[in-house]
Design a protein around this ligand. Structure first.
Ligand SMILES: [Zn+2]
Length: 115
């Protein structure tokens, strides 16, 4: 995928996970910042405040985006070679649904098409 797409997908995922963690795990969050690379190039710097579980979910999602073999990323549901493990997928789908409602957005459908 393009660098722009990678950046916007990463930021979208973070925004949703951050919203979920803010509401669900407010007591357990730690502030951190992270440099994220794509195709051996440092592309973006993100700041977040997540609990350890949500941080792991975020890092897992970033790793999947980094390894996505598709030039034009298909909707995950229609992907010929889905990269998420089932349990991770379920966890992320739960987060996306929660935060999607919270944020009043359906933009995420473009990325993951959960419904
Ligand atoms: Zn959390």
């Amino acid at each position: 995928m393009s660098e722009e797409k990678f950046i916007s997908d990463t930021q979208t995922v973070l925004k949703f996970i951050q919203t979920y963690c803010d509401c669900k795990h407010a007591q357990k969050k730690t502030k951190e910042s992270l440099q994220i690379a794509y195709k051996n190039k440092n592309l973006l710097h993100v700041n977040f405040e997540l609990c350890s579980t949500c941080k792991e979910t975020f890092l897992y999602s970033v790793a999947r985006l980094q390894e996505c073999p598709h030039e034009e990323k298909p909707r995950c549901r229609n992907c010929p070679n889905p990269c998420y493990e089932r349990s991770r997928w379920k966890e992320l789908a739960k987060i996306m649904r929660f935060s999607g409602i919270k944020l009043g957005l359906i933009k995420l459908k473009k990325v993951f098409s959960f419904d």
